[in-house]
Design a protein around this ligand. Structure first.
Ligand code: GDP
Length: 428
């Protein structure tokens, strides 16, 4: 009998507060696995008042009982991974290979990926996609084009040198001829790669095998999604998307665990909407009211510090996300940020029934609800929430078609209200 495995995914454009929800659920998980993305993700965790930002290592690392897996679907910048290991060590978290396993099939971000990413993004001028310039997109491109370098090859000194040397021919042509930058030499890439490979070799593993064994032993696996549903390569607001599958289904391809072994799908949505970077954003507020919400919510990117666009809760968008991910439970975050508003707008539909996330113009139809105008950060039960706040949540449940199982009323671990047994014992 396998345990009830859980998948946590974002239902908007990322930054929904997934880190906190993963952190809560990791308490009862044996393994926390990442399945896509790279160090363009940025989870901010606040534990005992201390803030930790993780970009690559699953947030489960802060729970000594959980083993963390970086799955085959992730792209790994070995330098960033080593920096994160150092940062965690400095905080007293000793990450040994028994705590962290890296898939031998994951792809490696190399210096030319980073360089080409930033060169291309600046060459796009005013039509920037909004990438973080960390080489994620170019690495996924190489993976799909079958000219990428996997962790197993990176770790073997002979294979690594020969493969990178061959790959550099084409990359250097792009770097120098297209972008006028100095080409990279194999010796300089090797000098960068060798010590990183040596340090990381102990962490490499057959992660699908490891996950299957855990599953067979009845150990719970928690799959940690990064970014959000509408940044998905297929179902997001293309081309303003990321290069991987961010949906719950991506947990299968990105770890090698089959779909029957994903049980509870927890969709995380912010009580309003934010988006960093370019692309459609139907419920954007604009002007001073948007700036007010941005300041209240501290809506600046964890990875890049970029200000996020802020808007009202977009129910058609989240409803679509519920369907795309087979969401079983919703976690609604940052309700406390709305406590100062006199009234709240809620997008209940789009004019002409436009398809969310599509290229059809999406003109929101709003309903206005009264605000609750009181601090809710101390609330630890459904009944302790003001009626207007409960009405806002209930209306969201009706509109998006999934139950709000967890209400988050502050950044801290204990600032939550659980409404479902899957979160029991975790909240409060
Ligand atoms: P992620 O990438 O989805 O994990 O999102 P972020 O790391 O950007 O997290 C969002 C931010 O919101 C972090 O700074 C969290 O500490 C914070 N946060 C999460 N839940 C809540 C909440 O309910 N209320 C408040 N005020 N902040 C929250």
């Amino acid at each position: 009998m396998s345990a009830q495995n859980q998948v946590v995914v974002g239902l908007q454009w990322g930054d929904e507060g997934k880190g906190k929800i993963v952190d809560l659920l990791a308490r009862s998980a044996a393994i926390v696995a990442r399945f896509q993305g790279g160090n363009n993700a940025g989870h901010t965790l606040v534990v005992e008042g201390k803030k930790t930002v993780l970009h690559l290592i699953p947030s489960g690392i802060l729970h000594p009982g959980a083993r963390c897996v970086i799955g085959n679907g992730v792209v790994i910048d070995p330098e960033v991974l080593c920096q994160e290991l150092d940062a965690l060590a400095a905080e007293g978290v000793d990450v040994t290979p028994t705590r962290l396993a890296i898939s031998t099939n994951a792809h490696v971000i190399l210096p030319y990926h980073r360089l080409l990413d930033s060169c291309r993004e600046s060459a796009r001028g005013s039509s920037k996609i909004g990438t973080t310039g960390r080489g994620i997109g170019p690495t996924y491109e190489d993976k799909a084009a079958r000219r990428g370098l996997r962790v197993a090859e990176f770790l073997s000194a002979d294979t690594r040198r020969a493969r990178i040397e061959a790959l550099l021919v084409d990359k250097n042509r792009q770097i120098s001829e297209w972008f006028g930058q100095a080409p990279l030499s194999i010796d300089e890439v090797e000098a960068w790669a060798a010590p990183l490979a040596e340090r990381l070799s102990a962490f490499a593993a057959d992660t699908p095998g490891l996950l299957h064994a855990a599953n067979a032993a009845g150990d719970r696996i928690l799959f940690e999604g990064a970014q959000g549903t509408f940044l998905d390569l297929d179902h997001g607001t293309y081309p303003f998307v990321t290069s991987s599958t961010t949906l719950a289904g991506g947990a299968c391809a990105g770890t090698g665990v089959g779909p029957r072994d994903l049980h509870n799908i927890i969709g995380v949505a912010k009580a309003y909407t934010t988006r960093v970077g370019a692309g459609p954003f139907p419920t954007g507020i604009g002007g001073e009211a948007e700036e007010y919400l941005r300041q209240l919510g501290g809506e600046f990117g964890a990875t890049t510090g970029r200000p996020r666009r802020c808007g009202w809760f977009d129910a058609p968008l989240v409803k679509r996300a519920v369907l795309l991910n087979s969401v079983t439970h919703l976690a609604l975050t940052k309700l406390d940020i709305l406590s100062e508003h006199d009234e709240l707008k809620l997008c209940v539909a789009y004019e002409d029934d436009a398809v969310p996330g599509s290229h059809q113009p999406q003109v929101p139809v709003y309903e206005t609800l009264p605000g609750w105008k009181q601090d809710i950060r101390g609330a630890r039960s459904w009944d302790a929430l003001p009626q207007a706040c409960r009405d806002y949540i209930t209306r969201i449940e009706e509109l998006v078609g999934a139950p709000v199982a967890l209400v988050s009323v502050g950044p801290g671990r204990n600032e939550v209200i659980s409404r479902d047994p899957i979160f029991e014992g975790l909240a409060g």
